[in-house]
Structure formats: structure tokens, C-alpha cells
Design a protein around this ligand. Structure first.
Ligand code: ADP
Ligand code: MG
Length: 451
């Protein structure tokens, strides 16, 4: 293979764009201090062999056969992907080190009855073998390789004729043509680009595993997000066994879809009923606790909101929040103070979404504000009610998406009543049986029902 010459460019660690000269501020994404000097391969041909490609008529592709997605054998994973792996797609599987990315990647492979290549640039084949034994993974079509040169990986793929490739992880793979270290922005971009070309040319699915670290959150996988078709993040924290697989981007399915798993000795186990998991240790005799059906992707999951309100011992009261937006909590506290006359200025407020789930659904507002009010007033909220609604600055309760799905999840777990936005309730065609629905147009009305 002829050695290609390299040239110097200035790559942005935030957006991955390259520039011929150095700037203090990236001209593409306006981030400051992100450009660094890198050598990249010269003469890299953009479109394969340099020949212009033929265009095709829409009519010709419209009636092409349905693409067959490849099921992974793990239904939570398939749902998050939008119905299985799509041939020709590039998928990024990101997450903190140790969260279970390699475990998940290995567990989905045996179901695929086609040649599969698992490139473990991080671990030796024997180490992967050990893990496979622990996970009970066995497959006749699975090939392991600990190659870490991208050129070697591409050769292996041709050799094995694999239809699915896992590269674990992109931070340990490098190209001979660059003289920067594996894991650097230029290497990640170069290798990502080569894998992208390969997946489109050969019509194979490629899963790129990428570590996300607190400091390097932008430099690595974030840059790849623009390049790939689907971005999956495996989340969770050290204190809990459950893991949440979330699609942050999906060209071939809905985004923000989640799959819930439990990490066990034998690997990741799917959780069929996440609401039950999140409510398992609920105590119904404490103040400051409410239940909220959060919409995670297309699926409602019941989450408990806990709030603790106590007198502040020091000058500035503390606000601490887990799983919910800090600024949103500050806004809700201001609404509670101004519109509902509950004095919060000298109180410490702690809010926790139980189970480590992170919710950015505005429909959680009513449950959060009610939990805080219940804590502040020391009054219990009935354990059989769920609360749904976005709260506006005027204390009004605004409508939310997919109320019916949220209500049916609450009903299936035995809840007896729902407090929901009046505007939503008015639009409902048929009231569901077996659960009472109270429409409220402001937080005050909700409190009248509850306190
Ligand atoms: N013998 C074991 N029993 C139970 N869990 C294990 C065992 N070995 C590893 N794990 C779990 O697997 C995790 C590591 O998973 P791994 O897939 O290697 O993570 P990643 O690839 O994201 O760095 C550990 O944090 C631990 O939770
Ligand atoms: Mg790993």
C-alpha cells in the first residue's frame, strides 16, 4: 500500500471541522480554544474511487423492497434502534467506562445468524472469550479480532465477509496514515469516516463503541454524533444496577426511546416492567412524595418524585436536585412562593427522582411542585394518585403530550386517580374506566384536590 502524505490542519475538538489555519475561536461552531494542530492524510478520496456517482430517480427507489432489519434478540435494544439493526447504518454506542457497553455489544451478537466481526481493540480475544463465557454467549458466526489498526480492521471485514461489525472502542483504533495518538480528535474522525464509508459501500451495519468521560465528553463521541446514523447512550450510575439505553439520534426511528436493563452477573437483563422497578421500594406514609408517569420515548414509565424541605441553618438556603433540571426547580419554587404563598426563601430543598432516572419531560412539573409543597406543608399526598402537567410562570397547568398512554400505565399499576391538565382532559374522547381523572387549570386547583 502506498504511503499517503499528510498535511497539517487545525481540528476543532467540539465540532470536528478542520481549518487551514489556527483561530482562537472555531469559525464553524464558535467555541473558543478548541482548535488543535493535527496531521491528516492528504489525498483522501471523498467518494470512493474518485469517479462521479450516477444519480437515481426517486421513482426507482420508491418501490424498492422493504429493507430487512436484523433483530438483535434483545427486544429492548430492538425497540431503541427502531426495530432492529439496519444494514448500511453506522451506530454509535456511547457511555461512561464500565457502564456495560462491551457487555451489551457482545450480548446482541449471537442472535445474528450472519458473519459478525467483533473488534476488541481494548481487550485480547481471550479476555473477550472470558466475558462471553460469563454471559453465556455462544455463536458459530462470531469472529473476534484484537486488531487496532483501522486498515487491518477493514481487511478483516473483507476476509470474514461480515454483515455486522462492532468496533470496541473507537478510542483505541488508529490509522497508520496519521501520526497522532489513538483517541485523538484527528484519529477518531479519520477512523469514523473510514467506517462510515465502509458501512455505506458494503451495506453492512457497524456499531462503534465510544467512551464518554466527564472531561472528554466533547472530544470523542460527541464529534462522531454528526457522522453516524444512530446515537445510543447507555446510562446509569454506580449506586444502581439498572441501566438505561437511550437513543439520542436516530435517522431510522424515533429518538429518546429508552430500553431499561438490570446489570447482573450474567450480563444485562431486560426489565419488562420498568414502572414496577422504579416504584418497588416506595413508602406511602412519607410526605413530599408524588408519582409521575414520565414519557420516555414512546413508553410511559412511572417515577417517584421525593422532596425534602427543611429550615436552612446557614444564610443561603440549599437547593439540591437529582434527575431533574436545576433551573426548572428554581422556577417551580418561585411559582410556589409567588402564586401559592408557600414561603420557600429560608428553606433547604432537596428533590430526588427515585432510581436514578433523568427526566427532562416538562410534564413532570406538577409532580415536582406538589412534592415540594407536600414537604413544606408536612401534608401527605394520597398514595394512589398520579400527577401530570407542565407548570407555567403564572402557576397555570399546561397540556402535555400523550396523556392517554400515561394514564393507562398508571391504571395498569393500580393507581386510582389522575390529576391532569384541564385542556388535555377536555380533548379526551372517552374517559378510561377504573381510574378517576381530575382536570385542573392551575396548581392551586390541584392543591385543593390534594391537601
Ligand atoms: N463478574 C461480574 N459479575 C457481575 N457484574 C460484572 C462482572 N464483571 C463485570 N461486571 C459488570 O460489568 C461492568 C463492565 O462492563 P463492560 O461491558 O466491560 O463496560 P464498558 O465496556 O462500558 O466499559 C462492570 O462495571 C460491572 O458492573
Ligand atoms: Mg468495554
Amino acid at each position: 500500500m502506498s504511503k499517503l502524505k499528510s498535511k497539517t490542519v487545525y481540528l476543532c475538538s467540539a465540532c470536528g471541522d478542520d481549518h487551514p489555519k489556527w483561530y482562537g475561536q472555531c469559525p464553524s461552531c464558535n467555541e473558543w480554544g478548541t482548535l488543535g494542530e493535527y496531521k491528516v492524510a492528504k489525498n483522501r478520496k471523498k467518494g470512493g474511487n474518485g469517479q462521479p456517482r450516477d444519480s437515481r430517480k426517486l421513482a426507482d427507489v420508491l418501490h424498492g423492497g422493504e429493507v430487512n432489519r436484523i433483530p438483535t434478540g434483545i427486544s429492548e435494544m430492538d425497540r431503541v434502534l427502531g426495530g432492529g439493526l439496519l444494514p448500511g447504518s453506522l451506530i454509535l454506542l456511547g457511555g461512561n467506562p464500565g457502564i456495560g457497553k462491551s457487555t451489551l455489544a457482545l450480548q446482541i451478537l449471537p442472535a445474528i445468524q450472519k458473519p459478525v466481526l467483533y473488534v476488541s481493540a481494548e481487550e485480547s480475544e481471550d479476555q473477550v472469550g472470558l466475558r462471553a463465557r460469563r454471559l453465556g454467549v455462544n455463536s458459530k458466526t462470531l469472529h473476534l479480532s484484537s486488531e487496532n489498526r483501522i486498515e487491518g480492521i477493514l481487511d478483516q471485514i473483507s476476509l470474514v465477509q461480515s454483515e455486522l461489525v462492532v468496533v470496541d472502542s473507537i478510542q483505541t483504533v488508529f490509522s497508520d496514515e496519521l501520526d497522532s495518538l489513538p483517541g485523538s480528535v484527528s484519529q477518531i474522525r479519520e477512523c469514523g469516516q473510514q467506517l462510515l464509508q465502509l458501512s455505506k459501500q458494503r451495506n453492512i451495519a457497524v456499531i462503534i463503541v465510544g467512551h464518554v468521560t466527564k472531561e472528554g465528553i466533547i472530544a470523542g463521541p460527541k464529534m462522531l454524533e454528526h457522522m453516524v446514523d444512530t446515537v445510543l447512550y447507555l446510562e446509569g450510575d454506580d449506586r444502581h444496577d439498572h441501566r438505561v439505553l437511550r437513543s439520542a439520534k436516530n435517522r431510522f426511528g424515533t429518538t429518546n426511546e429508552v430500553g431499561i436493563f438490570q446489570m447482573e452477573a450474567g450480563g444485562l437483563v431486560e426489565v419488562d416492567n420498568p414502572s414496577e422497578l422504579f416504584l418497588a421500594e416506595r413508602q406511602d406514609d412519607i410526605t413530599g412524595s408524588t408519582i409521575f408517569p414520565s414519557l420516555e420515548g414512546s413508553r410511559p414509565i412511572l417515577v417517584e418524585v421525593q422532596a425534602l424541605v427543611s429550615n436552612a441553618n446557614f444564610g443561603t438556603p440549599q437547593r439540591n436536585v437529582n434527575g431533574f433540571d436545576f433551573k426548572r426547580l428554581a422556577m417551580l419554587l418561585a411559582v410556589l412562593e409567588k402564586r401559592l404563598g408557600t414561603h420557600m426563601g429560608t428553606k433547604d430543598v432537596f428533590v430526588n427522582l427515585v432510581g436514578g432516572l433523568k427526566v427532562d419531560d416538562p410534564a413532570a412539573d406538577l409532580a415536582v411542585i406538589t412534592a415540594v409543597a407536600s414537604g413544606a406543608r408536612d401534608k401527605l399526598i394520597s398514595e394512589s394518585v398520579v400527577l401530570i402537567g407542565e407548570v407555567g410562570l403564572g402557576g397555570e397547568v399546561r397540556s402535555v403530550s400523550r396523556l392517554d398512554a400515561r394514564i393507562s400505565e398508571a391504571k395498569s399499576l393500580g393507581f386510582k386517580s389522575v390529576i391532569a391538565p384541564a385542556a388535555n382532559v377536555k380533548r379526551m374522547k372517552k374517559a378510561p374506566k377504573g381510574i378517576k381523572i381530575f382536570g385542573v387549570s392551575n396548581v392551586g386547583e390541584a392543591f385543593q384536590h390534594l391537601f
